[in-house]
Design a protein around this ligand. Structure first.
Ligand SMILES: Nc1nc2c(ncn2[C@@H]2O[C@H](COP(=O)(O)OP(=O)(O)OP(=O)(O)O)[C@@H](O)[C@H]2O)c(=O)[nH]1
Ligand SMILES: [Zn+2]
Length: 371
């Protein structure tokens, strides 16, 4: 494989020029674990080689936030170590694009899902997963990343053609920049369009709710079972996935895919605003209630209760609406807990990553303010 096939171009070559003078090599990060990174290093630009890397204390130290740290998809400058020496990431090159999300809650902490991502494919279906509001959130993330949005309305075999098309049209209106395709990953139908995006040097992320068919699709593209496993847990009877690290995988016919467990979490993020928005229809009904302070209980002239009695509003939905404040409280707690876990995790990985002795010594010096 060549550097160019990995996406190396003039933009990165120019950014790399000062590091070349130091005898370092360009590399693209393909995997990130809690202890180190793996990358394809272009010591020979026409024949890259996979190596493990550690992060230099300087890069770690200079990173103002987690989002500044090298992430899967990043191009970095690497100093190759001799025998029994670590190969060290000396610098991260600027990103052309960065697919990231904000942590839920009030925090402004940014979490990088993949760096230098060209195309983000959102997998959904025209049935239970169809949710224009959630799709809007995806489109916002993708737009901010500077990537091309592609939507796959999957599981087309399960729904009538007209239904799939209506759903696709709705999404096209929602995001005119997006290419929307109807697919059936299970039957390998419509997936050939993806190959028109996956050219040499192009990196794609596949995101979407659990169970919409992302792994099925990726396996179809890859032509064989990739790192996704689908063993069925004997106790729960449910399939489970063993993908634990972030990974960039070159595809046999060109292009690359980034898989990232973080992407699987996107569908779980909800925030107060989304929760409120999802009850917009009920809130609109409340305007029709006779009294402005209607509690939608036994109050006279309550439009919401009338809707429940008339069968146009589900009772469960009304109950959830009445519990909205509770729900928001729970959400805030959850977001806080999740954020604390992430922060703790990030601190730990920082420490572990600077495990290269020389870097640690430098780091301690830096921290003491020595020269
Ligand atoms: N009928 C039908 N079933 C599909 C299709 N694509 C995937 N499935 C099935 O949907 C189920 C979930 O598919 P996965 O590929 O594991 O879904 P996923 O998006 O990777 O799910 P997570 O790993 O939980 O995020 C499996 O039983 C698939 O066989 C499709 O196009 N049609
Ligand atoms: Zn009311």
């Amino acid at each position: 494989m060549t550097l160019a096939e990995l996406g190396w171009d003039e933009f990165f070559a120019e950014a790399f020029a000062p590091f070349q003078a130091k005898g370092w090599f360009p590399a693209r990060l393909i995997r990130e674990t809690t202890i180190n990174y793996s990358a394809f290093v272009g010591e020979d630009p026409e024949d890259v080689e996979e190596v493990d890397l550690v992060l230099s204390g300087k890069v770690w130290h200079d990173a103002g936030t987690d989002a500044d740290l090298p992430a899967v998809g990043d191009w970095v400058a690497v100093e190759l170590g001799g025998e029994n020496q670590d190969h060290v990431i000396r610098a991260r090159l600027p990103r052309k694009s960065c697919f990231s999300r904000k942590m839920p809650g009030k925090s402004v902490e940014e979490q990088v899902i993949g760096a230098n991502v060209d195309v983000v494919a959102v997998v959904t279906d025209s049935g239970p997963d169809h949710n224009p509001r959630r799709m809007e959130r995806y489109f916002t993330l993708i737009g901010r990343a500077g990537a091309k949005p592609v939507v796959l309305v999957n599981k087309s075999d399960l729904f009538p053609k007209s239904h799939n098309e209506a759903c696709a049209d709705e999404l096209r209106v929602l995001c005119p920049e997006a290419d929307v395709h109807v697919t059936s990953a299970l039957n390998n139908k419509g997936l050939d369009v993806l190959q028109s995006y996956l050219k040499d040097g192009i990196t794609m992320c596949v995101v979407g709710s659990s169970g919409v068919g992302k792994s099925t699709l990726v396996n179809q593209l890859y032509g064989e079972e990739w790192q996704f496993t689908d063993d069925v847990n004997e106790v729960t009877g449910k399939g489970r996935h063993t993908t634990t690290s972030r990974e960039l995988v070159p595809l046999p016919f060109g292009g690359m895919l980034i898989d990232n467990p973080g992407m699987r979490e996107i569908q779980m993020w909800t925030d107060e605003q989304t929760l409120r928005e999802s009850f917009a229809d009920v809130e609109a009904m409340a305007i029709e209630c006779r009294f402005a302070d209607c509690k939608h209980g036994n109050d006279k002239g309550c439009a919401i209760r009338a809707a429940v009695e008339g069968g146009t509003l589900d009772l469960h939905r009304l109950e959830s609406f009445l519990n909205l404040d509770d729900e928001i409280g729970k959400l805030r707690k959850l977001a806080k807990k999740r954020q604390m876990t992430v922060e703790r995790w990030a601190k730990r990985t920082h420490r572990v990553k600077a495990r290269n002795l020389e870097d640690r010594i430098q780091l301690e010096k830096d921290e003491r303010g020595d020269l």
